[in-house]
Design a protein around this ligand. Sequence first.
Ligand SMILES: NC(=O)c1ccc[n+]([C@@H]2O[C@H](COP(=O)([O-])OP(=O)(O)OC[C@H]3O[C@@H](n4cnc5c(N)ncnc54)[C@H](OP(=O)(O)O)[C@@H]3O)[C@@H](O)[C@H]2O)c1
Length: 251
Amino acid sequence: MHADQVVLVSGGMGVIGSEICRHFLSQSFTVVATANRKSFNQTDIDQWYLNFSDLEKARLHIFPVDVTDFSDCQKLINKILSEVGAIQVLVNNAGIIRDGMFKKSQYEDWFDVINVNLIGALNMSRAVINHMIDSNYGRIINISSVNGQKGQLGQVNYSASKAGLYGFTKALAQEVIRHNITVNAVSPGYVESGMTEKMKEEVRQKILDTIPAGRFAKPSEIARAVNFLADPESAYITGINFPINGGQYLS
Ligand SMILES: NC(=O)c1ccc[n+]([C@@H]2O[C@H](COP(=O)([O-])OP(=O)(O)OC[C@H]3O[C@@H](n4cnc5c(N)ncnc54)[C@H](OP(=O)(O)O)[C@@H]3O)[C@@H](O)[C@H]2O)c1
């Protein structure tokens, strides 16, 4: 169906990233997942590949990048263009947290969070945008968060970085829609992951009490929305935020 399309997923080996890769592979896209260059590790990569069938592996590539390093992002894009092919879809999914109350927070933590979550998305998008403009086609999807919409205590830096993605999404969307490039954000609520599994039961319950759906999101529920926005037929949807939070925050 989409065999001629290449999708690039930053942080593709993470919980949500892996599911995004799986959904694109199931629709015959060729997928390039990125591994964090700072923690690049062949053993982890070999282990991660075991999650995919032989048929999927044939269309799945993994390349290291540090999204905070613009020249590394440029090198990555050039490598993909020469070794894999033209890139139609970019999913800016790489992200980190450094939680804690603001009054005790450290400059290094804000810097790292803004640098990966916001600057990382700018770096990757800037590295690929002229290629998309030349191709007269593209889809950029920025993974934000419900906490970028509503703010979350203990996550001042994270909330700021994810809120920043909305401004970036809306402004870039207006610049590039005439080249048939759409730019949208997806904002997950809490997602079933190692992080939510490790929470103390009372903390977990306290959060669940704020979610009308009474459960966390499945990673596949986020991937579905990303897939939808990446579809060639979603051509007139741009500059939006797509919240997926089980009713936790309605906007
Ligand atoms: N999980 C949730 O409940 C939730 C809710 C709302 C939004 N989100 C957002 O969804 C996205 C994915 O989250 P997740 O839960 O799947 O997290 P995750 O499993 O930790 O995945 C994040 C990925 O980003 C990579 N990464 C971190 N720094 C990087 C860098 N400098 N360069 C390149 N890659 C880097 C990580 O690699 P390493 O692990 O090797 O460092 C990891 O593979 C994030 O943007 C997150 O903010 C998550």
